[in-house]
Design a binder for this molecule. Structure first.
Ligand SMILES: C[S@@+](CC[C@H](N)C(=O)[O-])C[C@H]1O[C@@H](n2cnc3c(N)ncnc32)[C@H](O)[C@@H]1O
Length: 451
């Protein structure tokens, strides 16, 4: 990999794709220093002395039962009212449980940008509703990986944050300082502006810089209705503070209701503004300028259940046992770039909207992967598809293919399929099923995945 002298973007070379994607074929592991950093903060807040060189299990023994019970109670209660959250009672519980769960989600949009050779080695970022610093820490961890893999490249990240809650700003400062590693000499990290304000219509946007990356995670959710109501307006205003070659990353929970809210906002802003969708929902055959769909298309982050979650699980919090973290995301840009180019030559391919004309016939299709569901017990992957020609709101409108692990091995596809990649399926049999259409892969089928 090298840095393009003209636009300061990281350009991938021959082996970079494979080594980068290898990171995604393995489960993410939360580093011990992050979990200790979380405990350190919680111990301080509860007046318990913290032994920084102690084993994590030993440290957890010193966590008073009433603190553990409150965390479990809070995690069960926090987001279930459907109403606005008063974080005042929840700072430490959010840190203990949600921080870890949200760190690595930003890796997928970063990967999309990197794979298109649009990620910069020097970034100025703005994170909105930073909470305990989940996204800044996720970005720092991604860049730590890059800086250790490419020691000849100098990396730097300047971070500005906007957060309504002062206590969260303190936690974010603490967590960022816990993950900075002074021994990595080719990565500079500065937490610069901490804006302790509510981002709303009255917000003074003039205090902001222009950014390479503007991020928000779990900011436009069911529990943040006021933000949702102003979502498209906020995104438009923020786009004035995005560099011409910058990106806005929106990450939301992986459920249908929040996905719909996120896509409703996308549909509003992509119509009549200069903001374009870069990933993951872009058309295969036509440049999508306006969007009117809002299907459910979760991406999943796979992880080794972290020690703090396992601790809560053993204490009775069943939701702390999740092995994968579904989420939804959109990357916006201003320069019209999309992760994949539009395909002009339709010869030999059919569009998904026309599948009903080809039942029990073999076809070739190209599509973007909407979602991937692992069927562990049968070693299969159910891959949901969209080429922009159809929508999936109605029941029975699903379009998917089911690929066996063995088949992927046979055709030499050892890299992970995540969601958002472009897939070409040749010679697949169209089957009508009670959930929609299945494109059956046979021995004569050919599969190719572009990353
Ligand atoms: C659900 S938390 C998400 C925290 C973090 N981004 C994550 O994904 O883990 C939402 C955060 O946004 C903050 N927040 C919500 N609305 C805000 C607004 N309009 N302006 C500034 N901060 C806001 C809340 O205080 C809270 O810290």
């Amino acid at each position: 990999m090298f840095v393009d002298k003209l636009d300061q973007c990281l350009v991938m070379e021959e082996n970079d794709l494979k080594s980068t994607l290898t990171e995604f074929s393995q489960n993410r592991i939360i580093p011990l220093y992050i979990e200790k950093g979380i405990l350190n903060y919680i111990f301080q807040k509860n007046g318990i002395s913290f032994m920084s060189n102690g084993r994590l299990d030993d440290l957890l023994i010193h966590l008073p039962d009433e603190v553990t019970d409150k965390i479990i109670h809070d995690v069960k209660a926090m987001f279930f009212s459907g109403g606005k959250i008063n974080y005042k009672n929840f700072y430490e519980s959010y840190l203990f449980y949600y921080f870890e769960a949200n760190i690595f989600k930003v890796w997928k949009p970063l990967l999309d940008i990197q794979l298109s050779n649009l990620l910069k080695n020097e970034l100025i970022i703005l994170d909105i509703g930073t909470g305990p610093g989940s996204i800044p820490v996720g970005i720092i961890e991604y860049y730590k990986l890059l800086s250790s893999r490419y020691p000849d490249i100098d990396f730097s990240i300047v971070i500005d944050i906007i957060e309504a809650e002062e206590d969260f700003i303190k936690i974010a400062e603490h967590m960022v300082s816990e993950v900075i590693d002074p021994s990595i000499t080719n990565l500079d990290i500065v937490l610069r502006k901490r804006v302790n304000q509510v981002l709303d219509y009255e917000f003074d946007y003039t205090i902001l810089d222009t950014y390479d990356l503007i991020t928000m995670s779990n900011f436009l959710t069911v529990n943040e209705r006021e933000n949702v109501a102003k979502g498209s307006e906020i995104l438009k205003k923020l786009s004035d503070h995005l560099k011409e070659d910058g990106a806005i990353v929106v990450i939301e929970p992986g459920d249908t209701e929040n996905g719909k809210l996120m896509k409703d906002i996308r549909n509003t802003i992509s119509d009549g503004t200069n903001i374009n969708v870069f990933a993951p929902c872009t058309g295969v055959w036509d440049q999508k300028k306006t969007y009117n769909c809002n299907c459910y298309s979760p991406t999943r982050a796979y992880w080794e259940i972290p020690r703090l979650h396992r601790f809560l699980y053993n204490k009775g919090l069943s939701k702390a046992g999740r092995e994968q973290l579904p989420f939804q995301y959109i990357v916006y840009r201003l320069d019209g770039f999309t992760k994949y180019n539009i395909i002009k030559n339709r010869q030999h391919y059919i569009q998904l909207k026309d599948l009903h004309k080809y039942i029990n016939m073999k076809v070739n299709v190209k599509a973007n992967i909407r979602s991937v569901i692992e069927r562990k017990f049968s070693n299969q992957w159910a891959v949901l598809l969209c080429d922009g020609s159809c929508t999936f709101e109605k029941r029975n409108s699903e379009i998917k293919t089911v690929i066996k692990d063995d088949f992927l091995g046979e055709i030499g596809l050892t890299l992970p399929i995540i969601a958002g990649e472009r897939i070409t399926l040749k010679n697949v049999l169209v089957k009508s099923t009670n959930y929609g259409f299945e494109l059956e892969v046979t021995k004569e089928s050919i599969i190719n995945i572009e990353y």
